[in-house]
Design a protein around this ligand. Structure first.
Ligand code: BF8
Ligand code: SF4
Length: 645
């Protein structure tokens, strides 16, 4: 597989802020993720193919499917079994990460119900009541606290083994649910599917690679239609359902004369409280006394997306920016919760006055100060953290502060409720625009940064090609930050879209690229797809939709990609997953799944080529629905030099 780490900062990122900070890193001899990747190269070929196994102590084993080396591990597992087991475990880890995040939010809802928190409350009472109805809870005459407690108690069952079916999976079209029933992948308990995945992939349990992969799909569905969906819905219930608003993105989100606090990770519980604590008059007065103009918050990764969507807090950067943010010398505290936080951040912080504060007992970082988060004392903990940041402003070295760029505006806050609101309350105008061909279809571009691909190139090039082709793009996670930095998420970016999409965006005053939130909020895409399919009376797989993860790195992204395909949406990956040691599994995932779930994966690192694959797929689906369409094979691959070459 081609990698694009290369030498020279311009090969590492398309962004001026990244390039400027990499120059700082070079001058000061600070190691970054790109340096560490270079030291790892060449990376293990067996691991890249997915054919190494260290599940048991008879190993570690490697099988060599294309050479003269061993064809089986010590236990007799061949390439198919080893690749399937490894992939199943990746999906279980990703699904567990999302779902355990959901569990933390769920426990907070329960605490709210019991009156055991100092700040949390139900913010979206209407959503609470809708969820209660979905779970068969009688809400009439009950106050929000009582409903919250009863709903949380019911939802706790989603994690266990009493359910035959996860209730929120019922949001999928009936015909999709029948596919899940027929193939035996209808998700039951969230924890159950994850534990069963680990059980099946113990040595000597499930040795049928197809059977392993079917359970991997079931596990991912328990994430998409379970743990992640619950995390999104309950975060909206507690902290408010997002609505469109303007904010800013890139390293310019830091302010030179302010106390800067970076919110990094995924769980919005603490960051929401820090937003409140940063407005505390006593702390603001202290900041002024110490010479700061005020207290400024900025996000990194998905905690950033959560507070950007709901509060308009600016976003300093996506995944590959986490070390570089500290190198501005302008960060007093980086507060971390969990997921995607490189252990390297505490090393980088040692070169500056920045304090890293870890907050969840399940995610400790050597070199960080740990303040144990407790929902019962959340506001007090938030204030303690903000105070530490304010006091640390005194330790800042002004000569070292370097914020290389001005921030770029971006529009955020497109929950499904907000999208429907912009459309006048029903999905019909969007359906009409798709039916008449003004909009050809819609694509969710999601996922990470990966230093193997020039930062943000995959996201932004694919996005540009799709909107030029009148394809509406919805984004989450690090893609949202990439497209925001590239100026694609303001209403004026409609000028970069094809004529049909441009007209729709201008009429509604929205960008051609809509920010749906963090990575758990990919479930908003499932809900939107289900709503469109249900309105049209078809399955999700019949719709002109696709997914893409151009720069993915995380196990969570593998779970997302799998539940998206398992829900009937074709998905293109920009980084090859570790499956190519098993031609059988490659064939199943890229062709065979079509006959089972009505959707497949494709792997295409070049965003221009990925755009062509997606455009062809969308036109094929349009033909299937008898909508005006172009013959898919009339859409050709671009000639000449590829964008990534
Ligand atoms: O959950 S996109 S690098 S930050 S894994 Fe992580 Fe990937 Fe970013 Fe959010 Ni999602
Ligand atoms: Fe080797 Fe089999 Fe053990 Fe894996 S499970 S390490 S292939 S013996």
């Amino acid at each position: 597989m081609t990698t694009f780490s290369g030498n020279g900062f311009k090969r590492n990122s398309i962004n001026a802020d990244t390039q400027a900070m990499l120059e700082v890193a070079r001058k000061r001899g600070i190691e970054t993720v790109w340096d560490r990747l270079a030291k790892q190269e060449p990376q293990c070929g067996y691991c890249n193919l997915g054919t190494s196994c260290r599940i048991c102590a008879m190993g570690p084993c490697r099988v060599d499917p294309f050479g003269d080396g061993p064809q089986k591990g010590v236990c007799g597992a061949d390439a198919d079994i080893i690749v399937a087991r490894n992939l199943g475990r990746m999906i279980a880890a990703g699904a567990s990460a999302h779902s355990d995040h959901g569990r933390d939010i769920l426990e907070t809802l329960y605490h709210v119900g019991e009156g055991k928190t100092d700040i949390y409350t139900v913010t979206d009472s209407a959503k609470l009541k809708r969820l209660a109805a979905e779970y068969g809870i009688q809400a009439d005459g009950k106050d929000d606290k009582t409903i919250a407690k009863e709903l949380a108690w019911e939802m706790m069952e989603d994690y266990g083994m009493r359910r035959a079916k996860l209730p929120m999976a019922n949001r999928a079209p009936k015909v999709r649910q029948e596919i899940w029933d027929k193939t035996g992948v209808y998700p039951r308990g969230i924890d159950r599917e994850n534990v069963e995945m680990l059980h099946r992939t113990h040595m000597g349990v499930d040795n049928d690679w197809v059977n392993i992969l079917l359970h991997a799909v079931r596990t991912s569905l328990s994430d998409g239609w379970g743990g992640s969906m619950l995390a999104t819905e309950l975060s909206d219930t507690l902290f408010g359902t997002p609505s469109p608003r303007m904010s800013q993105v890139n390293l310019g989100a830091l302010k030179p004369d302010y106390v800067n606090i970076i919110l990094h990770g995924h769980n919005p519980m603490l960051s929401e409280v820090i937003v409140a604590a940063s407005q505390d008059t006593e702390l603001l007065a202290l900041a002024k006394k110490l010479g700061a103009k005020g207290i400024n918050l900025a996000g990194v990764c998905c905690t950033g997306n959560e507070v950007l969507m709901r509060k308009g807090i600016p976003m300093a950067g996506n995944h590959l920016m986490q070390e570089l943010v500290i190198m501005t010398g302008a960060v007093e505290v980086m507060v971390v919760d969990y997921q995607c936080i490189m252990p390297a951040v505490t090393e980088t912080a040692k070169c500056f006055h920045t304090k890293v504060i870890s907050t969840f007992d399940k995610a400790k970082f050597p070199g960080a100060e740990h303040i144990s988060f407790d929902p019962a004392r959340a506001l007090q903990i938030g204030k303690d953290i903000v105070r530490k940041a304010v006091e640390n402003f005194a330790n800042r070295v002004p000569d070292r502060v370097f914020i290389p760029v001005e921030p770029v505006p971006m529009m955020t806050g497109f929950s499904i409720e907000a999208i429907l609101g912009a459309l006048g309350g029903t999905p019909q105008p969007l359906i009409d625009a798709i039916v008449n061909g003004q909009i050809r279809g819609a694509v969710g571009i999601v996922g990470c940064n990966n230093p193997k691909i020039k930062q943000d190139l995959g996201h932004t090039e694919l996005t540009k090609r799709l909107i030029e082709n009148d394809i509406l793009v919805v984004v989450t996670g690090c893609t949202a930050v990439a497209d925001g930095k590239a100026g694609l998420m303001v209403p004026e970016a409609a000028d970069k879209a094809g004529p049909g999409l441009r007209a729709v965006c201008k009429a509604l005053g929205i960008p051609p690229v809509l920010h749906l939130g963090s990575c758990v909020d990919n479930t908003r895409i499932l809900v939107l797809a289900a709503a469109l399919a249900n309105t049209l009376g078809v399955d999700i797989s019949a719709l002109p939709l696709a997914g893409a993860a151009p720069e993915w790195y995380s196990e969570k992204a593998v779970s997302i990609g799998t539940y998206v395909v398992g829900s009937g949406i074709f998905t293109v990956l920009g980084i090859a997953p570790p499956i190519f040691g098993s031609p059988n599994i490659v064939k199943l995932l890229t062709e065979g799944l079509e006959g089972v779930f009505g959707a497949t994966f494709a792997v295409e690192p070049d965003p221009n080529r990925a755009a062509v694959l997606i455009r062809r797929h969308i036109e094929k689906k349009r033909l299937g629905l008898n909508l005006p369409a172009i013959q898919p094979d009339e859409i050709t691959m671009p000639e000449g030099e590829l964008a990534l070459a």
